[in-house]
Design a protein around this ligand. Structure first.
Ligand code: HEM
Length: 393
């Protein structure tokens, strides 16, 4: 009997042996007590991502029940919609997320990275999470949304509280609920302000877009702003630290990047495949579905184990090997199909610019593994603390 429970601490330390067992022996796994099914093979996870008529997003994508019922769209926006409604709304919000708008952010992302690095390059040590990776992604979202500099620290504090989980506590704590109210209040005022006096930011663009006579309501723009914070913040923070952790542990791979900044994208993609910050996504069945000789019922929750799909030997030869030369295009770290991460190109840009600046300015960097601390969360994989040492400037 395989015991798979995404809340187990042992599982967070190293989920990969359990994934391998699941792929081999229980490709459709049932946890009766926790009330979910889990798909672990690449082919099945990919098929489920693409099958929006049976695998629905409208009850949320996390293992925990949202408790929001029909209001879920108010905070999860397009992530909690199914086609065709999803596609129409995504078409509208994508207007604010064009490749040109993302590319234009590069100079400001570089400036942010430089500001944070300047604060510690002379000391020879930092906590990469507290001093850099936990800060930059939220600033980038703020930049994109047009949040003034002076408001950003407060916004960051609220966003951190929304996402923070004490060890062992399930569900959103009270401080988190209060902070999400503050964030929604802040964005709501900001949107009203932009309606009176539009700028060049995402909120202003979204107020202006129109497709076939359809426009976005203020509440829909508000929900989308909120989703950007939830979806774009912690995921990128964790990616940046996972990159340092895994490259630090693999000197032969490190040698490929050192002095070769053009290999940084390969470093990012292999880290996404090898140890993604988003380990699983939930779906809810709209109809009965039979797979691997078992029948699931409409309304059942199914976990798509992205972290396992990315280590499936059927797609990635010797999947346990961290290798910057391998083909990574089949990794599912940004999802697939209708909900494919809208921020994928932004996340890649943030990671590339941050790592370019960091390796240039932190010579001889070393990860202090003994001082590293993991987060314990069923979905998010990565570090809450990652001390680095390097040659002081
Ligand atoms: C390493 C960083 C990131 C990872 C691993 C990641 C991963 C994902 C995944 C797996 C999905 C699909 C969810 C599903 O199918 O249910 C998704 C959706 C989404 N992501 Fe990301 N993401 C990252 C960064 C970002 C950033 C920086 C932003 C924007 C600021 C962003 C915005 C979104 C949005 C808006 C969606 C919803 C798309 C839709 O429902 O159509 N993400 N992300």
């Amino acid at each position: 009997m395989i015991q798979f429970n995404p809340f187990d601490y042992d599982f967070h330390e190293d989920p990969y042996p359990i994934y391998q067992e699941l792929r081999e022996k229980a490709p459709l796994y049932r946890n009766e007590e926790a009330g979910f099914w889990a798909l672990s093979r690449h082919a099945d996870v990919l098929a489920a991502f693409k099958d929006t008529t049976r695998f629905s997003n409208t009850s949320g994508v996390s293992l925990e029940v949202s408790g929001l019922g029909e209001n879920i769209e108010m905070v999860m926006s397009i992530l909690a919609m199914d086609p065709p409604r999803h596609d129409k709304m995504r078409g509208l919000v994508s207007r604010g997320f064009t490749p040109r708008r993302v590319a234009e952010l590069e100079p400001s992302i570089r400036a942010l990275a430089t500001t944070y690095l300047d604060r510690f390059v002379e000391t020879g040590e930092c906590d990469w999470v507290a001093d850099f990776s936990g800060r930059l992604p939220m600033d980038v979202v703020s930049e994109m949304l047009g949040v003034p500099q002076g408001d950003r620290d407060e916004l960051r504090t609220w966003a951190d509280l929304v996402l923070h989980r004490e060890e062992g506590v399930r569900g959103v704590p009270r401080a988190g609920v209060e902070s999400s109210g503050k964030l929604l209040g802040y964005f709501s005022e900001m949107i009203e302000g932009r309606r009176r006096k539009p700028g060049d930011d995402l909120a202003s663009v979204l107020l202006d877009v129109e497709i076939d006579g359809e426009r976005l309501e203020d509440s829909q723009i508000l929900a989308f702003c909120y989703l950007m914070i939830i979806a774009g913040n912690e995921t990128t923070t964790k990616l940046l630290a996972n990159c340092f952790y895994w490259l630090g542990r693999n000197p032969a791979q490190r040698a490929k990047v050192e002095g070769h900044p053009e290999r940084i994208p390969d470093w990012i993609e292999e880290t996404l495949r090898y140890d993604n910050s988003t380990q699983l996504l939930a779906r809810t069945l709209l109809v009965d579905v039979e797979m691997h000789g078992q029948r699931m019922e409409a309304g059942d929750k199914v976990l798509l184990l992205v972290g396992s799909a990315n280590r499936d030997e059927a797609v990635f030869p010797e999947p346990e090997r961290y290798d910057l030369d391998r083909a990574t295009v089949e990794h599912l770290s940004f999802g697939r199909g209708a909900h494919f991460c809208l921020g994928a190109s932004l996340a890649r840009l943030e990671a590339r610019v941050s790592l370019e600046e960091a390796v240039r300015r932190l010579p001889e960097w070393r990860v202090d593994e003994a001082g590293a601390e993991r987060v314990h969360n069923p979905n998010v994989r990565g570090f809450s603390k990652l001390p680095l040492t390097f040659e002081p400037a």
